[in-house]
Write a protein that binds this ligand. Structure first.
Ligand SMILES: [Zn+2]
Length: 482
């Protein structure tokens, strides 16, 4: 038996015999019960309306989203039912890259509305990159004055000769935080350390190893100029930036990057090499571990938790308390870390990256992915704290295209994050989603027709070829050769 809800509740019962025939949202009573865990809730719908039980505002919000979906799906004709529900994972996140392309506060709010509908509880906000620094930091005004602007954009088909830029003021970021708070979504801002930092180095070149001018990048890629790990002034800069971030973002987490940082400059840098010798470090990956550990210590003093991408495990010296976000499929280092008690968030590239065409990552592939590695011992499975779906925007330059990439696949990640594995069923999910997804259209988002959610082989091949073709033009090929 099923019901038009996404994610599917973990326990529900109805016999579809009796119906509540008014607007359920106007007939809700809420009772707080301390026996319930944070996001747990129950709902009983009978002739009096909906009686909700929960122990926190987060639980109440989850119940509210369930009721909104019921009201929409059954339009004033909701069967009497009981639901008792709580999430499979505590971390259910979505990442938006606002650096490669910029999205306005109003656009982000639409995405947040849609994410809340599916009970996401973490908004990972990617704010600093090679192609633009998007976060106002008052102590370092050049970060946004210079670092938020690039002279043109060269993302294949999305070639645009006009200057491109934008950033969020601290007031705007606080506005987003407050908007999310009302929906029980924590904002996790990300500052990329030490790589993906060209825009930062363009504003303040002395923070790199060479001290030479670095451009804000105009094309996609991985760049050799990264923050120097040997200069003390780099740490001072990062601590100051993070102090302003912690004043804006009251949540528990700050993401400190740690991915795709080539060590070419560090190898030639007297400061980095001196630091390595002083600390007795064996290799440059350990130097990255040291750098991120220092940031982590600083965050801990402020009562904050740090998250990094999985590459930061390579040195083998990353502090145990740092949460690792794994984007490489079934990464062994992550499995080992989880088996030793380290916390892991799963964002697998091949399944959860929604910036690739449905022909490459169809809905079913995203839905069927099992985030917990099978080799992980039962007792250690709790260390996989959740799932997160990123939308990277090198090849997405407007909100409509972004929302079409995010939906329907974000809903599949939401259900994996919420619904227990034994309750998941793809055919049923897809059927339920065809109803519920119409709600995101009312929020101003677009999604592809259901016939495109799981494309057939030829259609898939066409999409993948077109996508690859669109990534390149004469300029990008030239840049890649360089
Ligand atoms: Zn250096």
């Amino acid at each position: 038996m099923s019901i038009n809800l996404v994610p599917m509740p973990n326990e529900f019962h109805t016999d579809y015999k009796l119906f509540f025939r008014r607007n359920i949202l106007e007939s809700i009573t809420v009772e707080y019960d301390s026996e319930y865990s944070a996001e747990e809730y129950s709902i009983v719908i009978d002739d009096k309306g909906a009686a909700v039980k929960c122990s926190t505002k987060a639980g109440e919000n989850c119940a509210h989203q369930t009721l909104r979906q019921l009201e929409f799906g059954y339009s004033g004709n909701i069967p009497y039912l009981t639901i008792h529900d709580k999430p499979a994972f505590s971390h259910r996140g979505f990442l938006i890259d606002c650096c490669r392309h910029f999205f306005t506060v109003e656009e982000l709010k639409k995405m947040i509305d849609a994410a809340a509908l599916f009970k996401f509880n973490k908004f990972h906000w990617h704010l600093t990159e090679d192609q633009g620094w998007r976060m106002e930091i008052k102590k370092y005004p050049l970060l946004t004055e210079k670092g938020s602007q690039r002279p043109y954009s060269n993302f294949g088909r999305y070639y645009d000769s006009k200057p491109y830029g934008g950033f969020y003021t601290q007031e705007e970021m606080k506005d987003i935080v407050e908007y999310c708070r009302k929906k029980s979504i924590d904002v996790i801002p990300e500052i990329e350390i030490p790589g993906h930092s060209s825009a930062c180095l363009h504003a303040y070149p002395h923070l790199s190893c060479t001290g030479k001018e670095v451009p804000v990048r105009t094309h996609a890629g991985i760049f050799k100029d990264i923050l120097c790990a040997g200069k003390e002034e780099v740490y001072e800069f990062l601590f100051n930036v993070i102090d302003e971030m912690t004043a804006i973002f009251p949540g528990e987490y700050i993401h400190i990057g740690g991915d795709e940082a080539p060590k070419d400059r560090w190898k030639e840098c007297p400061h980095c090499n001196r630091k390595m010798r002083e600390l007795g470090l064996e290799n440059y990956e350990q130097l990255q571990g040291y750098m991120l550990n220092r940031i982590y210590d600083h965050l801990q003093k402020k009562g904050k938790q740090a998250i990094t991408w999985n590459e930061s495990l390579r040195g083998g010296n990353l502090e145990k308390g740092i949460i690792v976000q794994n984007w490489m499929e079934k990464n062994d280092e992550c499995t080992i870390r989880a088996s030793q008690g380290g916390k892991i968030i799963v964002s697998d590239f091949f399944h959860y990256y929604v910036n690739y065409p449905l022909g490459m990552t169809p809905l079913k592939k995203t839905y069927m992915y099992e985030p917990i590695p099978s080799e992980l011992h039962e007792n250690m499975r709790k260390n996989i704290i959740g799932v997160e779906t990123p939308v990277w925007t090198e090849f997405i330059d407007n909100f409509e295209d972004m929302s079409k990439m995010c939906f329907p696949r974000m809903a599949a990640v939401a259900e994996t994050g919420w619904t227990n594995r034994d309750k998941k069923d793809y055919v049923d999910f897809k059927h339920r989603l065809t109803y519920v997804i119409r709600m995101v259209e009312e929020m101003g988002l677009k999604y592809p027709d259901v016939s495109q959610w799981d494309p057939r082989f030829l259609q898939s091949a066409k999409q993948v070829i077109k996508f690859a073709y669109n990534m390149y033009n004469k300029e990008t090929v030239k840049a890649l050769r360089k």
